[in-house]
Write a protein that binds this ligand. Structure first.
Ligand code: DGY
Length: 317
């Protein structure tokens, strides 16, 4: 009698329900919470793994990957992949797939942040909560204002569609030469050109060495003193200390931030106390429907790669 073949192993850093475990039934699935499990145990689980399912709270650094000598695929339940050492995955030939199915949810929240800051909703809600009826609180219209989208991928395009519906002038900057355009959206030749013109600057780039601190003292100096900065991408795209200084000194009009350089922020983070700054706890994709879709997409990606089938969300670096 020949022994049954040992199924390949999949490690999941996220909890899985019966439905997800059922979908992965052809593999040995081990669920390991990276943040609560001693590192040697995480490494032991990974040592035999061919597939890894993570989200953006489960960092996959080079030393962790060293322990995962059999790994073929990392599937992340996020669109961002800055928590994964892509230099190592590339050199080791490990595939990385993301779940880019959150564009509408993030674009909705981006528009929400623009409205919140432009219409001074933080002050209005704060006053209401203190029993103060501030009906003279004047904000700014979105209509007729110029929005610069920095990064014109899936999310940037959804933000453009919403901004055009709000009768904004929309321009876009994208460092990728092949980024497709959109009717009604004007390309700006350089980031500096866009920053000069914009009333609102909204960031939709991924975080990598070329976008780290893209918004810093130098680029802030190019913006109008009334400009609003909105960030629903990654905190590291903005030099947060430079942003806080500019806001504190009246060199910028306001900011709407769903992401921060350090999440959660350190106690006493000055941005939180500013009336013209709205900070959210990284909830761009946090709707029931979108988070379910992201999880399902990431599991589809994992299954396709484990079976050596085509996976449309494999990233190339
Ligand atoms: C993403 O998918 O990258 C979101 O920011 C959640 O991490």
């Amino acid at each position: 009698m020949t022994a049954a073949p040992i199924p390949a192993r999949v490690v999941s850093a996220v909890p899985l329900g019966p439905e997800q475990l059922d979908r992965l039934a052809e593999w040995e699935v081990i669920v390991v919470d990276f943040s609560r499990t001693p590192r040697p145990e995480v490494e032991a689980a990974l040592s035999e793994a061919e597939g890894l399912l993570v989200n953006s709270h489960a960092p996959v650094d080079a030393s962790l990957l060293e322990a995962a000598s059999r790994l073929r695929i990392i599937s992340t339940i996020s669109v961002g992949y800055d928590h994964i050492s892509v230099a190592t995955t590339t050199s080791r030939g490990i595939s990385v797939a993301n779940a880019p199915v959150l564009s509408d949810a993030v674009a909705d929240l981006t528009l929400g942040l623009m409205v919140m800051v432009a219409r001074r909703l933080k002050e209005a809600v704060g006053d209401m909560n203190r029993g103060v009826w501030s009906d003279g609180l004047l904000g700014a219209d979105l209509r007729g204002k110029t929005l610069l989208l920095v990064g014109f991928g899936r999310i940037g395009r959804e933000v453009a569609a919403r901004a055009l519906a709000c009768k904004m002038r929309v321009c876009a900057f994208d460092a990728r030469a092949d980024a497709p355009g959109m009717d009604g959206v004007e390309w700006v030749a350089t980031l500096a050109d866009g920053l000069h013109r914009a009333d609102i600057v909204s960031l939709h780039v991924d975080l990598n060495p070329s976008t780290f601190h893209l918004i810093d003292d130098t680029t802030i100096a190019l913006m109008k003193p009334s400009a609003i900065v909105v960030n629903t991408s990654r905190g590291g795209v903005i030099d947060q200390a430079a942003l806080a200084r500019a806001l504190g000194e009246g060199r910028l009009g306001g900011a709407g931030l769903d992401v921060l350089e350090t999440e959660p922020p350190a106690a006493g983070e000055s941005l939180l106390a500013m009336a013209n700054v709205v900070v959210l706890p990284h909830i761009g994709s946090a709707t029931v429907e979108t988070r379910n879709a992201m999880r399902d997409c990431a599991i589809d990606n994992l299954i396709a790669c484990m079976r050596n089938e085509h996976c449309e969300h494999i990233l190339s670096f």
